[in-house]
Design a protein around this ligand. Structure first.
Ligand code: PGA
Length: 256
């Protein structure tokens, strides 16, 4: 059976502190990434490091992504980075609506605008959704449904097919491998997300949109989450800053 290509994205967040360190981590990943041909590897460094890293990279197996994007095309928006600017420095992906950005004030409405502008500029939006806690009544499911509906409001079906959904339960982010979601719960949630996409758009969308998991993905849990979790890859935070750990996750994804 032909293996489906996995997608593994490293989100470096506000790390590391210097370009020298960023370059070290990147080199460590680049040394091996080309051998994992069953995986699409993406790194999302802080904006300030992307240009130099991408200009200095002669390989073709690592893609770059931004960690956020402005919903405005250009103009007087101090501190913002546009989709065109990201594309011009070698980005193909952009993370949108990460829970840390939502905690800093990001709203569903701006997530929606950012997805549209990213798509217009040929960037693949990696749209983060996730509940802060799980209740026994399933309220978190309505929360996820709501986030998906608001994020993708007005996005055409053919464009939704380009979107990547990263399911990142907030309670599992930034912890140890033992605190990640269980493969069983991930499986159920992934199927739920597919059902919402199917009901909102079409069977094709429900079946083919790429769904990733994020939240304390480490070398120790990557295999079971991928084998049993019904996802196509990961959005990795902490472990993506350690080239050895990130490579180990890429290798696991490559071999499944
Ligand atoms: P984590 O971060 O892997 O450190 O939990 C994931 C994320 O926030 O994208």
């Amino acid at each position: 059976m032909k293996k489906v290509k996995k997608l593994v994205i490293g989100n470096w967040k506000q790390n590391p502190s210097t370009h020298t360190d960023a370059s070290e981590i990147f080199k460590g990943i680049a040394k091996k990434a080309h051998t994992f041909t069953n995986v699409t590897t993406v790194v999302c460094p802080p904006f300030v490091f992307i240009d130099k890293l991408s200009a200095g990279y002669s390989g073709s197996s690592i893609y770059f992504g931004g960690q956020d994007v402005s919903f405005e095309k250009s103009g007087a928006h101090t501190g913002e980075i546009s989709a065109a600017q990201l594309y011009s420095i070698g980005c193909d992906y952009v993370i949108i609506g990460h829970s840390e950005r939502r905690a800093a004030g990001e709203r569903d409405e701006s997530v929606n605008k950012k997805i549209k502008i990213a798509l217009e500029h040929k960037l693949t939006p990696v749209v983060c959704i996730g509940e802060s806690e799980r209740d026994s009544h399933g309220k978190y499911l309505s929360h996820l449904r709501n986030q998906i509906a608001k994020a993708l409001k007005g996005v055409k079906e053919k464009d939704v097919l380009q979107v990547v959904i990263a399911y990142e339960p907030i309670w599992a982010i930034g912890k140890t491998g033992k605190d990640a979601i269980t493969p069983q719960k991930l499986h159920e949630t992934s199927l739920f997300i597919r059902r919402v996409l199917l009901e909102t758009f079409s069977k094709k969308v429900g079946m083919s949109v790429t769904i990733l998991y994020g939240g304390s993905v480490k070398p120790m849990n990557a295999r079971e989450l991928l084998e049993e979790g019904e996802v196509s890859g990961f959005l990795v935070g902490g472990a993506s800053l350690d080239a050895g750990q990130f490579i180990s996750i890429l290798e696991t994804a490559h071999n499944i």
